[in-house]
Design a protein. Structure first.
Length: 488
C-alpha cells in the first residue's frame, strides 16, 4: 500500500511538472489569420517582403523599430523596411512592446518565463531581463493572461525569426498609462538596459483607424512628425486629444522616452502607407488603417555637436537674419564654446511652407563655425540668386536647417562615394559644384544620377564629366539639424 501511495505521488508530481512546463510555452494563435499558417509559405512570404523593401541605408546603431501589426497582406511590406535594416545584427535581447486590444488594465504586463512557440520555431523568453524589472513598480507586473487572444506581439515574431539569430524576447503588452506611468516604465527599462548595445526595442503599432482616406494621411502626418521629433510628451497629449492616432501609441511613447534617456537622437520614417493604398480602395467611406515602419538610431560615429550647441547655432542664424533685414548690418556675436569656435564649414538652408527658400554655404573652414553660420544665414536670406531676398515679414514663416561640414577629402573614384553619407564636390578647371549628403536621400537618385545632376545642375559641366580623369571629386560628411528637430 505505501508503495502505491509513493507511486501515485510520483505520477502526480511528474504530471504537475509537465503541466507547469507546458503552461510556460505560449502557443501561436493567429497563424492562418494574420499570416500564413504553413511554415514554408510564411517563410517565402517574408523573404519576398524583405527582397522588395529598399529602406535608406542607416550607418549607425539602430535601437528601436516601430512596426505595424495588421495582417501581412496589408502591412507586411511596410514592416519589412525596418526588419531589413536589422537583419543579421548581433542583438541578443528583443523587447517587444505590444498593445492590449482586449484586456483592460493600467501599466505594462510581462510574459515572465518559458518561450513563445512561434510559427518558425520556438523563441525563449529572456527571464533574467524580466526579473530585473518586475516587482520594482506595481504598474509593471507579470501577467501571462494579458497575452491570450492578443496578436500585437505574436505577429512580430516571424519577422524577427527571419532576420535575427540567437536572441531572446521580452514580451510586453501595454495597457492604459498616465504620462507619469510611461516615464516610470521607461526609466525601469533604461536601468535594465544600461550600457548594453545588443538590445533592440520593437514597438508593435498601427496608425490611423477610420473611414476617411484623406483624413488618414493628415492624421498620420501629425503622428509621424511627433515620432520624427522623438517628442514623446507631445505624442502622448496628441493621442489623448485625438490629433494623433496609433493603437500602440502608449508603447511608442514609452519606447521614445527610453531611447532619449539612453542618448539616441535620430528617428526616421522608413515607409508609410495605409490599407487603402495597399488594396487600391481609396474611396471615401472605406475603412482605412495606417501603417508605418520607423527606426530610432544614432548615426555611426560621434556627433560633432550636442543638442545645446545645435540650439545655439540655430539661434545665431535666426538672429543674424533678423538683424540684417532690420539694419543691414551683421549681428555682433561672440562665443566661448571651444567646439563652436573651431574653424568648420557649413551650409544654411531656409524653407518656407515646406519649399526651398534659400541655401548658401561655405565648404572651407576659414573662420569659427558660429561666424560661418551667421554669415551663411544672411547670405541664404539675401544673396541666393535663385530667389528674391527674404522680407522681414516672411521671417516668421521661415524654417532654418544647418549642415556642419567635415573637411573635404579627395577620392580617386566614384566607388568611394557613399550615397546618403557623403556630400560631394566636383571640380574641373574653374568650374565646380556641390551637393549636400541629404540630396541623395531626398531625391532617391542612384549614384550615377546623383553625379550626373551634380555636374550638370551645379557645376555647368556635361552630365558625365565626373568620369573624366581630369575631374576632381571630393567628399565630406554633414551633421544636419533644424529648428524643426529642436521643437518639443
Amino acid at each position: 500500500m505505501p508503495n502505491k501511495i509513493f507511486l501515485s505521488i510520483q505520477i502526480f508530481l511528474f504530471s504537475f511538472c509537465l503541466n507547469s512546463f507546458a503552461s510556460s510555452i505560449k502557443q501561436p494563435e493567429f497563424g492562418g489569420q494574420f499570416y500564413p499558417q504553413q511554415q514554408e509559405e510564411l517563410s517565402t512570404m517574408i523573404d519576398n517582403f524583405l527582397i522588395k523593401a529598399r529602406p535608406r541605408d542607416i550607418s549607425g546603431d539602430i535601437f528601436m523599430l516601430i512596426s505595424p501589426h495588421a495582417g501581412y497582406g496589408y502591412s507586411g511590406q511596410a514592416a519589412a523596411f525596418g526588419y531589413k535594416l536589422v537583419k543579421d545584427k548581433p542583438y541578443r535581447t528583443v523587447i517587444i512592446l505590444g498593445t492590449s486590444h482586449h484586456k483592460v488594465f493600467n501599466g505594462a504586463a510581462l510574459y515572465g518565463q518559458g518561450a513563445f512557440a512561434a510559427s518558425l520555431g520556438k523563441i525563449d523568453v529572456d527571464e533574467e531581463f524580466i526579473k530585473s524589472i518586475s516587482g520594482k513598480d506595481p504598474e509593471v507586473f507579470v501577467d501571462e493572461s494579458a497575452f491570450d487572444k492578443e496578436h500585437s506581439v505574436e505577429v512580430e515574431l516571424p519577422f524577427l525569426q527571419k532576420v535575427l539569430t540567437d536572441f531572446r524576447i521580452v514580451p510586453v503588452v501595454v495597457g492604459d498609462c498616465s504620462l507619469k506611468t510611461c516615464r516610470k516604465i521607461a526609466l525601469l527599462f533604461k536601468e535594465a538596459i544600461g550600457e548594453r548595445k545588443d538590445v533592440l526595442v520593437v514597438v508593435s503599432s498601427d496608425l490611423y483607424h477610420g473611414y476617411d482616406f484623406e483624413e488618414a494621411d493628415k492624421v498620420d502626418a501629425v503622428t509621424l512628425d511627433l515620432i520624427k521629433k522623438m517628442d514623446y510628451q507631445g505624442l502622448y497629449y496628441a493621442l489623448r486629444e485625438g490629433r494623433a492616432q496609433a493603437c500602440g501609441g502608449i508603447g511608442i511613447v514609452i519606447a521614445l522616452d527610453i531611447a532619449r534617456e539612453l542618448g539616441y537622437e535620430r528617428s526616421e520614417v522608413l515607409n508609410h502607407t495605409n490599407s487603402a493604398m495597399v488594396t487600391g480602395k481609396v474611396n471615401k467611406g472605406d475603412w482605412t488603417v495606417g501603417y508605418a515602419s520607423c527606426a530610432v538610431f544614432n548615426p555611426k560615429g560621434e556627433n560633432m555637436l550636442n543638442i545645446q550647441q545645435r540650439k545655439k547655432l540655430l539661434k545665431i542664424a535666426r538672429q543674424a537674419i533678423e538683424e540684417y533685414l532690420k539694419t543691414g548690418k551683421k549681428l555682433e556675436v561672440s562665443e566661448a564654446d571651444p567646439v563652436l569656435s573651431q574653424k568648420m564649414g557649413s551650409f544654411v538652408t531656409l524653407t518656407e511652407h515646406g519649399g526651398l527658400r534659400g541655401c548658401i554655404g561655405n565648404l572651407t573652414a576659414n573662420q569659427p563655425l558660429y561666424l560661418t553660420v551667421r554669415d551663411m544665414a544672411i547670405a541664404a536670406a539675401a544673396d541666393d540668386p535663385r530667389f528674391s531676398p527674404v522680407g522681414l515679414t516672411e521671417v516668421k514663416n521661415i524654417k532654418l536647417e544647418i549642415s556642419v561640414l567635415s573637411p573635404l577629402e579627395r577620392v580617386v573614384s566614384a566607388e568611394n562615394i557613399e550615397l546618403g553619407k557623403h556630400g560631394v564636390l566636383v571640380r574641373k578647371g574653374a568650374q565646380s559644384g556641390v551637393f549636400l549628403p541629404q540630396v541623395a536621400t531626398e531625391t532617391g537618385w542612384n549614384k550615377e544620377e546623383f553625379l550626373n545632376n551634380l555636374c550638370s545642375q551645379k557645376a555647368g559641366l556635361p552630365p558625365g564629366a565626373w568620369k573624366d580623369k581630369n575631374t576632381e571629386l571630393y567628399v565630406f560628411t554633414a551633421e544636419v539639424f533644424s529648428e524643426k528637430d529642436m521643437e518639443e
